[in-house]
Design a protein around this ligand. Structure first.
Ligand SMILES: NC(=O)c1ccc[n+]([C@@H]2O[C@H](COP(=O)([O-])OP(=O)(O)OC[C@H]3O[C@@H](n4cnc5c(N)ncnc54)[C@H](OP(=O)(O)O)[C@@H]3O)[C@@H](O)[C@H]2O)c1
Length: 293
């Protein structure tokens, strides 16, 4: 992650301005998304969270849409349920880590690609044109992942059918999400699109990577927890950036966990590479959709 030292210092927004704002967090039921949803609700935003397990039924201001976003059919259903015309913010935090052995979804997709990246593409394609169409300000879309990692993605076998290497698969989801930001900012001038890299935070994300080894998972997350911020601390730090009055002037920017702009990964900004990556991603989604019928 290389800081973009030429980026201007933005005025931070006051959390009080969240009152009455309409926010959807895809992946807002756990980890960082959940911390954001609770923080926003505490400032009286109207929050919709999408995920598999709702843990905040007792929190006022948070509504729940249950969905298994490993399935593209579910991503389409969620897209149809969201109040897209009036959303102020849409945040993608759904994610897992590729397992030691390849896992496939019922639609034939590699599971990490489906959950951490492809469903986001589907949702965005379904709603991007309508986002915020009844608002006076642009909808802000935040795509969380690990942008600026330096990885541009390995083309040719995005579904990992020929060779399965968990880290390579996961880095393809990372590249896909970074491309979504850069391409989305170019192609959708009606909205603002940003990438968020939260750095290491103790959550559930690595449980799948360790193949269900609970002891190792707890040990790793305890160590991460000692040295890094909690999801709640991150939510508190990043919120003023998400509501900065100047942010819409910088659509396409990637930010680290200190609200500093970071440079895109070398190679990713090549428009030919981006297009190939997106085309190959859509081939997978189309094949998955046919399988489902
Ligand atoms: N934590 C880190 O160290 C770290 C580092 C770099 C980047 N990130 C990025 O930050 C984002 C949030 O990660 P996190 O650490 O908060 O992870 P997390 O605690 O594991 O939360 C992931 C979220 O994804 C949802 N989810 C997982 N599988 C799903 C499925 N099949 N259908 C619907 N929802 C599903 C979970 O919902 P349920 O619990 O309801 O299933 C949960 O709300 C991800 O994009 C991740 O790549 C995290």
């Amino acid at each position: 992650m290389i800081k973009n030292t030429n980026f201007p210092k933005l005025d931070m927004g006051s959390p009080q301005t969240l009152r009455g704002k309409s926010v959807a967090i895809i992946g807002g039921t756990g980890g960082i998304g959940r911390a954001l949803s609770k923080h926003f609700a505490a400032y009286q935003a109207k929050v919709i969270v999408v995920g598999q397990t709702f843990r905040d039924a007792d929190v006022e201001g948070i509504e729940f849409i249950k969905a298994d976003l490993s399935l593209m059919s579910e991503a389409r259903r969620v897209a149809a349920l969201l109040p897209v015309e009036t959303l102020d913010m849409l945040i993608f935090t759904t994610g897992i880590f590729a397992a030691p052995k390849r896992q496939g979804t019922a639609e034939g997709l590699e599971r990490d690609m489906a959950v951490s990246y492809l469903n986001r593409l589907v949702i965005m394609r379904e709603i991007a044109e309508r986002l915020g169409s009844e608002n006076t300000t642009k909808t802000r879309v935040f795509i969380m992942g690990y942008p600026g990692s330096g990885k541009m993605g390995t083309l040719g076998d995005l579904n990992a059918e020929n060779h399965y290497r968990p880290m390579e698969v996961h880095m393809n989801t990372v590249a896909g999400n970074e491309i979504m930001v850069l391409d989305g900012a170019n192609n959708h001038k009606n909205i603002s699109v940003f990438g968020l890299n939260p750095g290491l935070i103790k959550t559930n994300i690595r449980s799948n990577f360790l193949g269900g080894n609970k002891l190792l998972f707890r040990l790793l997350e305890t160590i991460i927890g000692i040295f890094t911020s909690t999801a709640e601390q991150y939510a508190k730090v990043i919120t003023p950036l998400l509501i900065s009055p100047q942010l819409d002037d910088y659509s396409g920017t990637l930010f680290n966990n200190k609200c500093r702009a970071i440079k895109p990964s070398k190679g990713i900004i090549d428009s030919h590479h981006m297009q190939l990556f997106i085309n190959q991603s859509w081939s997978l989604i189309d094949a998955a959709s046919k399988k489902q019928k």
